[in-house]
Design a protein around this ligand. Sequence first.
Ligand SMILES: [Ca+2]
Ligand SMILES: [Ca+2]
Ligand SMILES: [Ca+2]
Length: 457
Amino acid sequence: MSYYISALGYFACSGSGSVLLQDTAATEVETTDTSVEVTEEHDTADDTAEEQSTDTAEDTAVEPANEPPVEPPNLIQNPSFEAEDEHWNIWGGASRVESNAQDGQWSVMATSGNGAEQRIEGLIPNTTYRLSGWGKVEGENGMSIGVKSYGGPQKLVSFDSSTYSEDEFIFSTGLSNTSAVIFAYKHSGEESGYADNLTLTEVGEGPLNIVWSDEFEGNGTVDSNKWTFEEGFVRNQELQWYQQENAFQEDGILIIEGRTEQRENPNYDPSSTNWKQSREFIEYTSASINTKGIFDWQYGRMVVRAKVSNLEGTWPAIWTLGLECDWPSNGEIDIMENYGGEILGNFAWGSNQPWSPVWDAERVDVLSFGEGWTDAFHLWELVRSEERMTIYLDGIEINSVDLTNTINGSAACSGENPFQKPHYILLNLALGGTAGGSVENLEFPTRYEIDYVRVYE
Ligand SMILES: [Ca+2]
Ligand SMILES: [Ca+2]
Ligand SMILES: [Ca+2]
Protein backbone atom coordinates (compact mmCIF):
# COMPACT_ATOMS: atom_id res chain seq x y z
CA MET A 1 0.00 0.00 0.00
CA SER A 2 1.54 3.26 -1.01
CA TYR A 3 -0.89 6.02 -0.44
CA TYR A 4 0.01 9.50 -1.30
CA ILE A 5 -1.05 12.04 1.25
CA SER A 6 -2.46 15.14 -0.23
CA ALA A 7 -4.78 17.81 0.95
CA LEU A 8 -7.35 17.32 -1.73
CA GLY A 9 -10.21 17.50 0.68
CA TYR A 10 -10.29 21.24 0.88
CA PHE A 11 -13.74 22.45 0.06
CA ALA A 12 -13.98 25.66 -1.84
CA CYS A 13 -17.22 27.17 -0.66
CA SER A 14 -18.56 25.91 2.63
CA GLY A 15 -15.23 25.80 4.44
CA SER A 16 -13.79 29.14 5.38
CA GLY A 17 -10.27 27.90 4.96
CA SER A 18 -9.89 24.86 7.09
CA VAL A 19 -7.36 22.26 6.23
CA LEU A 20 -8.22 18.67 6.74
CA LEU A 21 -6.53 16.82 9.50
CA GLN A 22 -7.11 13.33 8.28
CA ASP A 23 -5.04 11.53 5.72
CA THR A 24 -6.99 11.59 2.53
CA ALA A 25 -5.22 8.58 1.05
CA ALA A 26 -5.77 9.90 -2.43
CA THR A 27 -4.46 8.35 -5.57
CA GLU A 28 -0.76 8.55 -6.05
CA VAL A 29 -0.29 11.85 -7.81
CA GLU A 30 2.94 13.66 -8.10
CA THR A 31 2.90 17.22 -6.94
CA THR A 32 5.38 19.53 -5.36
CA ASP A 33 2.77 21.99 -4.27
CA THR A 34 2.56 21.92 -0.50
CA SER A 35 -0.40 24.23 -0.34
CA VAL A 36 -3.88 22.84 -0.13
CA GLU A 37 -5.73 22.22 -3.31
CA VAL A 38 -9.16 23.54 -3.87
CA THR A 39 -11.75 21.15 -5.11
CA GLU A 40 -13.31 22.85 -8.05
CA GLU A 41 -15.52 20.16 -9.37
CA HIS A 42 -18.73 19.66 -7.59
CA ASP A 43 -22.07 18.76 -8.99
CA THR A 44 -25.50 19.99 -8.13
CA ALA A 45 -25.92 17.68 -5.18
CA ASP A 46 -22.71 18.99 -3.66
CA ASP A 47 -23.86 22.53 -4.08
CA THR A 48 -27.04 21.66 -2.28
CA ALA A 49 -25.08 20.19 0.58
CA GLU A 50 -23.03 23.36 0.84
CA GLU A 51 -26.08 25.53 0.91
CA GLN A 52 -27.57 23.44 3.63
CA SER A 53 -24.62 24.15 5.84
CA THR A 54 -25.18 27.89 5.82
CA ASP A 55 -26.58 29.46 8.94
CA THR A 56 -29.74 30.66 7.26
CA ALA A 57 -30.68 27.19 6.16
CA GLU A 58 -29.91 25.83 9.61
CA ASP A 59 -32.07 28.39 11.30
CA THR A 60 -35.09 27.76 9.14
CA ALA A 61 -34.62 24.03 9.54
CA VAL A 62 -34.23 24.09 13.30
CA GLU A 63 -36.87 26.40 14.68
CA PRO A 64 -40.07 24.55 13.83
CA ALA A 65 -38.59 21.06 14.22
CA ASN A 66 -37.38 21.68 17.78
CA GLU A 67 -40.60 23.21 19.07
CA PRO A 68 -41.58 20.93 21.97
CA PRO A 69 -45.25 19.99 22.24
CA VAL A 70 -45.33 20.98 25.92
CA GLU A 71 -42.93 23.58 27.20
CA PRO A 72 -41.02 22.55 30.32
CA PRO A 73 -41.36 24.97 33.25
CA ASN A 74 -39.12 28.02 33.27
CA LEU A 75 -37.09 27.95 36.50
CA ILE A 76 -36.32 31.70 36.37
CA GLN A 77 -38.62 34.00 38.36
CA ASN A 78 -39.74 37.21 36.69
CA PRO A 79 -37.89 36.07 33.54
CA SER A 80 -39.05 38.98 31.38
CA PHE A 81 -38.48 41.79 33.90
CA GLU A 82 -42.18 42.65 33.87
CA ALA A 83 -42.69 42.42 37.69
CA GLU A 84 -40.41 45.26 38.74
CA ASP A 85 -37.06 44.10 40.16
CA GLU A 86 -38.52 41.04 41.86
CA HIS A 87 -36.06 38.14 42.25
CA TRP A 88 -33.32 40.02 40.38
CA ASN A 89 -30.30 41.81 41.73
CA ILE A 90 -29.83 44.60 39.19
CA TRP A 91 -26.47 46.13 39.99
CA GLY A 92 -23.66 48.48 39.06
CA GLY A 93 -25.75 50.99 37.10
CA ALA A 94 -27.83 48.52 35.10
CA SER A 95 -31.58 49.11 35.22
CA ARG A 96 -34.95 47.86 34.16
CA VAL A 97 -36.12 49.91 31.19
CA GLU A 98 -39.29 50.37 29.18
CA SER A 99 -39.49 50.65 25.37
CA ASN A 100 -36.70 48.19 24.52
CA ALA A 101 -38.50 44.97 25.38
CA GLN A 102 -38.39 41.78 23.35
CA ASP A 103 -41.31 40.43 25.37
CA GLY A 104 -43.90 42.50 27.27
CA GLN A 105 -43.02 46.08 28.24
CA TRP A 106 -39.72 45.82 30.08
CA SER A 107 -36.18 44.53 29.63
CA VAL A 108 -32.92 44.97 31.53
CA MET A 109 -30.36 47.44 30.24
CA ALA A 110 -26.63 47.28 31.00
CA THR A 111 -23.73 49.47 29.88
CA SER A 112 -20.20 48.67 31.07
CA GLY A 113 -19.37 46.15 33.78
CA ASN A 114 -22.91 45.86 35.12
CA GLY A 115 -25.99 43.71 34.79
CA ALA A 116 -28.61 41.62 36.56
CA GLU A 117 -28.32 38.35 38.51
CA GLN A 118 -30.74 35.82 39.88
CA ARG A 119 -29.88 32.86 42.06
CA ILE A 120 -31.88 29.76 41.15
CA GLU A 121 -32.41 27.27 44.00
CA GLY A 122 -33.73 23.74 43.92
CA LEU A 123 -31.72 22.46 40.98
CA ILE A 124 -30.84 18.78 40.77
CA PRO A 125 -27.11 17.95 41.10
CA ASN A 126 -25.35 16.46 38.09
CA THR A 127 -28.19 17.36 35.77
CA THR A 128 -28.22 19.14 32.45
CA TYR A 129 -30.06 22.45 32.04
CA ARG A 130 -30.59 24.79 29.12
CA LEU A 131 -30.43 28.57 29.40
CA SER A 132 -31.86 30.66 26.61
CA GLY A 133 -32.65 34.35 26.26
CA TRP A 134 -32.80 37.37 23.99
CA GLY A 135 -30.38 40.23 23.69
CA LYS A 136 -29.29 43.18 21.57
CA VAL A 137 -26.78 46.04 21.73
CA GLU A 138 -26.62 49.62 20.50
CA GLY A 139 -22.84 49.70 20.09
CA GLU A 140 -20.14 47.21 19.21
CA ASN A 141 -19.66 45.57 22.60
CA GLY A 142 -21.71 42.47 23.22
CA MET A 143 -24.47 41.87 25.74
CA SER A 144 -24.27 38.48 27.44
CA ILE A 145 -26.46 36.05 29.28
CA GLY A 146 -24.82 33.31 31.27
CA VAL A 147 -24.57 31.07 34.29
CA LYS A 148 -22.07 30.77 37.12
CA SER A 149 -21.77 29.16 40.56
CA TYR A 150 -23.33 25.89 39.42
CA GLY A 151 -20.31 23.63 39.86
CA GLY A 152 -18.57 24.29 36.56
CA PRO A 153 -16.86 27.10 34.68
CA GLN A 154 -18.85 30.23 33.94
CA LYS A 155 -20.66 29.94 30.63
CA LEU A 156 -22.24 32.64 28.53
CA VAL A 157 -23.43 33.62 25.08
CA SER A 158 -23.15 37.15 23.68
CA PHE A 159 -25.42 39.19 21.46
CA ASP A 160 -23.78 41.59 19.00
CA SER A 161 -26.71 42.61 16.85
CA SER A 162 -28.70 45.86 17.14
CA THR A 163 -31.92 43.86 16.86
CA TYR A 164 -33.06 41.18 19.29
CA SER A 165 -31.88 37.63 18.68
CA GLU A 166 -32.18 34.48 20.76
CA ASP A 167 -29.38 32.20 21.86
CA GLU A 168 -29.00 29.29 24.21
CA PHE A 169 -26.58 26.79 25.71
CA ILE A 170 -26.61 23.85 28.06
CA PHE A 171 -24.70 23.27 31.26
CA SER A 172 -24.60 20.50 33.83
CA THR A 173 -24.71 21.13 37.55
CA GLY A 174 -21.87 19.79 39.68
CA LEU A 175 -22.10 16.55 41.63
CA SER A 176 -23.47 18.32 44.75
CA ASN A 177 -24.73 21.65 43.39
CA THR A 178 -28.39 22.54 43.86
CA SER A 179 -28.24 26.18 42.77
CA ALA A 180 -26.88 28.40 40.01
CA VAL A 181 -26.63 32.11 39.33
CA ILE A 182 -28.15 33.25 36.04
CA PHE A 183 -26.99 36.61 34.78
CA ALA A 184 -27.38 39.24 32.07
CA TYR A 185 -24.22 41.30 31.80
CA LYS A 186 -22.40 43.78 29.62
CA HIS A 187 -18.65 43.74 30.06
CA SER A 188 -17.54 46.91 28.31
CA GLY A 189 -18.50 49.86 26.10
CA GLU A 190 -20.66 52.82 27.06
CA GLU A 191 -23.52 52.03 24.71
CA SER A 192 -26.54 50.22 26.08
CA GLY A 193 -27.17 46.51 25.78
CA TYR A 194 -30.48 44.83 26.53
CA ALA A 195 -31.58 41.37 27.62
CA ASP A 196 -35.06 40.00 28.02
CA ASN A 197 -37.14 36.87 28.30
CA LEU A 198 -34.64 34.44 29.85
CA THR A 199 -35.58 30.78 30.18
CA LEU A 200 -33.93 28.07 32.24
CA THR A 201 -35.24 24.55 31.77
CA GLU A 202 -34.14 21.10 32.73
CA VAL A 203 -33.07 19.12 29.69
CA GLY A 204 -35.21 16.00 29.73
CA GLU A 205 -32.37 13.58 29.00
CA GLY A 206 -31.28 13.12 32.58
CA PRO A 207 -27.89 13.71 34.13
CA LEU A 208 -24.67 13.48 32.24
CA ASN A 209 -22.16 11.21 33.93
CA ILE A 210 -18.47 11.09 33.35
CA VAL A 211 -17.77 7.96 31.30
CA TRP A 212 -14.13 8.41 30.41
CA SER A 213 -11.35 10.78 31.34
CA ASP A 214 -7.63 11.21 31.54
CA GLU A 215 -6.51 13.74 34.13
CA PHE A 216 -2.86 13.09 33.19
CA GLU A 217 -2.03 12.84 36.88
CA GLY A 218 0.82 10.41 36.41
CA ASN A 219 4.41 11.23 35.64
CA GLY A 220 6.33 10.04 32.63
CA THR A 221 4.79 8.02 29.84
CA VAL A 222 1.20 8.42 28.70
CA ASP A 223 -1.23 5.71 29.86
CA SER A 224 -1.26 3.15 27.03
CA ASN A 225 -4.51 1.70 28.44
CA LYS A 226 -6.16 4.93 27.29
CA TRP A 227 -4.20 6.03 24.24
CA THR A 228 -2.52 4.69 21.15
CA PHE A 229 0.22 6.49 19.29
CA GLU A 230 0.73 7.43 15.68
CA GLU A 231 4.14 6.70 14.25
CA GLY A 232 6.07 8.33 11.43
CA PHE A 233 5.10 10.83 8.76
CA VAL A 234 1.31 10.71 8.65
CA ARG A 235 -0.60 13.55 6.96
CA ASN A 236 -0.68 17.01 5.42
CA GLN A 237 3.03 16.89 4.51
CA GLU A 238 3.81 17.94 8.04
CA LEU A 239 7.43 18.24 9.08
CA GLN A 240 7.33 16.10 12.18
CA TRP A 241 7.93 12.40 12.59
CA TYR A 242 5.37 11.22 15.14
CA GLN A 243 6.74 9.09 17.96
CA GLN A 244 5.41 8.01 21.32
CA GLU A 245 8.15 9.55 23.48
CA ASN A 246 7.22 13.13 22.58
CA ALA A 247 4.02 12.74 24.63
CA PHE A 248 4.53 12.53 28.39
CA GLN A 249 2.98 13.57 31.69
CA GLU A 250 4.51 16.17 33.94
CA ASP A 251 2.94 17.70 37.09
CA GLY A 252 -0.56 16.63 36.11
CA ILE A 253 -0.26 17.87 32.54
CA LEU A 254 0.07 16.01 29.25
CA ILE A 255 2.92 17.58 27.31
CA ILE A 256 3.15 17.05 23.57
CA GLU A 257 6.54 18.34 22.62
CA GLY A 258 7.83 19.34 19.20
CA ARG A 259 11.59 18.84 18.90
CA THR A 260 14.40 19.12 16.42
CA GLU A 261 15.97 15.73 16.06
CA GLN A 262 17.95 14.59 13.06
CA ARG A 263 18.19 11.00 11.96
CA GLU A 264 17.62 8.93 8.86
CA ASN A 265 14.12 8.29 7.62
CA PRO A 266 13.78 4.47 7.85
CA ASN A 267 11.36 4.53 4.90
CA TYR A 268 13.63 6.62 2.67
CA ASP A 269 13.38 5.82 -1.02
CA PRO A 270 15.04 8.38 -3.31
CA SER A 271 12.94 7.24 -6.25
CA SER A 272 9.63 7.70 -4.45
CA THR A 273 7.25 10.53 -5.20
CA ASN A 274 5.54 9.95 -1.88
CA TRP A 275 6.69 12.65 0.54
CA LYS A 276 6.76 10.15 3.38
CA GLN A 277 9.48 8.22 1.54
CA SER A 278 11.25 10.92 -0.45
CA ARG A 279 12.48 12.70 2.66
CA GLU A 280 15.95 11.42 3.47
CA PHE A 281 15.97 12.65 7.03
CA ILE A 282 13.69 13.10 9.98
CA GLU A 283 14.39 16.64 11.18
CA TYR A 284 11.54 17.25 13.60
CA THR A 285 9.60 15.00 15.97
CA SER A 286 6.32 15.35 17.84
CA ALA A 287 3.45 13.13 19.03
CA SER A 288 -0.11 12.31 18.05
CA ILE A 289 -2.21 10.23 20.42
CA ASN A 290 -5.72 8.84 20.01
CA THR A 291 -8.30 6.51 21.56
CA LYS A 292 -9.11 4.45 18.47
CA GLY A 293 -10.07 0.93 19.44
CA ILE A 294 -9.93 1.88 23.13
CA PHE A 295 -12.63 4.46 23.70
CA ASP A 296 -15.31 6.07 21.59
CA TRP A 297 -18.49 7.98 22.34
CA GLN A 298 -21.57 9.29 20.60
CA TYR A 299 -23.86 11.74 22.44
CA GLY A 300 -22.90 13.85 25.42
CA ARG A 301 -20.12 16.31 26.03
CA MET A 302 -16.37 16.31 25.93
CA VAL A 303 -14.33 18.88 27.82
CA VAL A 304 -10.61 19.45 27.28
CA ARG A 305 -8.54 21.94 29.27
CA ALA A 306 -5.53 22.90 27.23
CA LYS A 307 -2.98 25.57 26.50
CA VAL A 308 -1.75 26.44 23.02
CA SER A 309 1.15 28.70 22.09
CA ASN A 310 -0.28 30.23 18.88
CA LEU A 311 3.29 30.28 17.57
CA GLU A 312 3.94 30.23 13.83
CA GLY A 313 4.93 26.74 12.74
CA THR A 314 2.80 24.95 15.35
CA TRP A 315 -0.50 23.25 14.58
CA PRO A 316 -2.01 21.67 17.70
CA ALA A 317 -5.44 20.06 17.59
CA ILE A 318 -8.21 18.43 19.61
CA TRP A 319 -10.41 16.39 17.28
CA THR A 320 -12.58 13.33 16.74
CA LEU A 321 -13.16 10.92 13.89
CA GLY A 322 -15.88 8.39 13.26
CA LEU A 323 -14.96 4.71 13.29
CA GLU A 324 -16.77 3.72 10.11
CA CYS A 325 -16.32 4.74 6.47
CA ASP A 326 -13.48 6.40 4.60
CA TRP A 327 -12.60 9.97 5.49
CA PRO A 328 -14.38 12.33 5.39
CA SER A 329 -17.57 10.27 5.30
CA ASN A 330 -16.66 8.96 8.77
CA GLY A 331 -17.10 12.55 10.04
CA GLU A 332 -14.45 14.82 11.52
CA ILE A 333 -14.98 17.22 14.40
CA ASP A 334 -12.18 19.71 15.02
CA ILE A 335 -12.93 20.97 18.50
CA MET A 336 -9.73 22.98 18.32
CA GLU A 337 -7.15 23.70 15.70
CA ASN A 338 -4.66 26.53 16.15
CA TYR A 339 -2.63 27.82 13.25
CA GLY A 340 -2.12 31.05 11.34
CA GLY A 341 -2.91 33.06 14.46
CA GLU A 342 -6.42 31.65 14.63
CA ILE A 343 -8.48 29.18 16.63
CA LEU A 344 -10.70 27.01 14.46
CA GLY A 345 -13.74 24.87 15.24
CA ASN A 346 -14.87 22.68 12.33
CA PHE A 347 -17.19 19.91 11.24
CA ALA A 348 -16.53 17.91 8.08
CA TRP A 349 -18.50 15.16 6.38
CA GLY A 350 -18.71 13.47 2.99
CA SER A 351 -19.72 15.02 -0.31
CA ASN A 352 -20.24 13.36 -3.67
CA GLN A 353 -16.49 13.48 -4.39
CA PRO A 354 -14.09 11.05 -2.72
CA TRP A 355 -11.76 12.66 -0.14
CA SER A 356 -13.60 15.95 -0.55
CA PRO A 357 -15.44 17.06 2.58
CA VAL A 358 -18.26 19.46 3.11
CA TRP A 359 -16.87 21.83 5.74
CA ASP A 360 -18.70 23.83 8.34
CA ALA A 361 -15.72 25.80 9.62
CA GLU A 362 -15.36 28.80 11.91
CA ARG A 363 -12.23 30.67 12.90
CA VAL A 364 -11.45 33.30 15.52
CA ASP A 365 -8.40 35.58 15.63
CA VAL A 366 -6.41 34.76 18.77
CA LEU A 367 -5.56 38.47 19.16
CA SER A 368 -9.26 39.11 19.77
CA PHE A 369 -8.98 37.18 23.05
CA GLY A 370 -6.67 39.85 24.47
CA GLU A 371 -3.22 39.94 26.00
CA GLY A 372 -1.95 36.91 27.87
CA TRP A 373 -4.45 34.48 26.40
CA THR A 374 -1.76 32.03 25.34
CA ASP A 375 -0.28 32.02 28.87
CA ALA A 376 -3.40 30.42 30.31
CA PHE A 377 -5.26 27.14 30.03
CA HIS A 378 -8.64 27.30 28.35
CA LEU A 379 -11.69 25.05 28.18
CA TRP A 380 -12.74 23.52 24.91
CA GLU A 381 -16.06 21.74 24.91
CA LEU A 382 -17.97 19.69 22.37
CA VAL A 383 -21.66 18.97 22.96
CA ARG A 384 -23.19 16.27 20.76
CA SER A 385 -26.85 15.30 20.56
CA GLU A 386 -28.91 13.47 17.97
CA GLU A 387 -29.97 16.84 16.55
CA ARG A 388 -26.98 19.18 16.91
CA MET A 389 -23.29 19.56 17.71
CA THR A 390 -21.76 22.66 19.25
CA ILE A 391 -18.15 23.62 20.02
CA TYR A 392 -17.46 26.06 22.87
CA LEU A 393 -14.31 27.84 23.95
CA ASP A 394 -14.45 29.07 27.55
CA GLY A 395 -18.23 28.79 27.41
CA ILE A 396 -18.58 30.84 24.25
CA GLU A 397 -19.92 29.15 21.14
CA ILE A 398 -17.36 28.79 18.36
CA ASN A 399 -19.38 26.72 15.92
CA SER A 400 -22.57 24.70 15.78
CA VAL A 401 -24.30 22.56 13.19
CA ASP A 402 -27.74 21.05 12.79
CA LEU A 403 -27.32 17.33 12.05
CA THR A 404 -30.07 17.40 9.44
CA ASN A 405 -27.41 19.12 7.30
CA THR A 406 -24.59 16.62 7.81
CA ILE A 407 -25.70 13.73 5.64
CA ASN A 408 -22.98 12.16 3.50
CA GLY A 409 -23.06 12.59 -0.25
CA SER A 410 -22.61 9.72 -2.67
CA ALA A 411 -18.82 9.27 -2.41
CA ALA A 412 -18.89 6.92 0.58
CA CYS A 413 -21.44 5.76 3.16
CA SER A 414 -23.98 7.66 1.12
CA GLY A 415 -27.00 9.03 2.97
CA GLU A 416 -25.59 8.18 6.38
CA ASN A 417 -25.06 10.71 9.11
CA PRO A 418 -21.49 10.31 10.44
CA PHE A 419 -22.28 12.32 13.55
CA GLN A 420 -25.02 9.97 14.72
CA LYS A 421 -22.29 7.40 15.27
CA PRO A 422 -19.44 6.87 17.75
CA HIS A 423 -16.27 8.89 17.41
CA TYR A 424 -12.82 8.47 18.93
CA ILE A 425 -10.56 11.26 20.24
CA LEU A 426 -7.26 12.56 18.85
CA LEU A 427 -4.74 15.02 20.34
CA ASN A 428 -1.68 16.04 18.35
CA LEU A 429 0.89 18.70 17.72
CA ALA A 430 1.86 19.07 14.07
CA LEU A 431 4.68 21.27 12.80
CA GLY A 432 4.62 23.07 9.48
CA GLY A 433 2.79 21.12 6.79
CA THR A 434 -0.05 22.44 4.69
CA ALA A 435 -1.34 24.81 7.38
CA GLY A 436 1.09 25.09 10.30
CA GLY A 437 3.30 27.74 8.73
CA SER A 438 7.07 28.11 8.74
CA VAL A 439 9.09 26.75 11.67
CA GLU A 440 11.98 29.05 10.77
CA ASN A 441 11.49 31.32 13.78
CA LEU A 442 10.11 28.68 16.11
CA GLU A 443 12.12 27.92 19.24
CA PHE A 444 12.52 24.24 20.06
CA PRO A 445 11.41 22.37 22.02
CA THR A 446 7.89 23.74 21.70
CA ARG A 447 5.02 22.53 23.87
CA TYR A 448 1.29 21.88 23.61
CA GLU A 449 -0.15 21.21 27.08
CA ILE A 450 -3.35 19.42 28.09
CA ASP A 451 -4.59 19.30 31.68
CA TYR A 452 -7.43 16.83 31.14
CA VAL A 453 -9.87 15.23 28.75
CA ARG A 454 -13.30 14.34 30.15
CA VAL A 455 -16.27 12.77 28.41
CA TYR A 456 -19.80 12.86 29.83
CA GLU A 457 -22.76 10.90 28.51
CA1 LIG B 1 -39.84 41.80 29.09
CA1 LIG C 1 -21.91 26.25 11.86
CA1 LIG D 1 -4.38 17.22 34.96
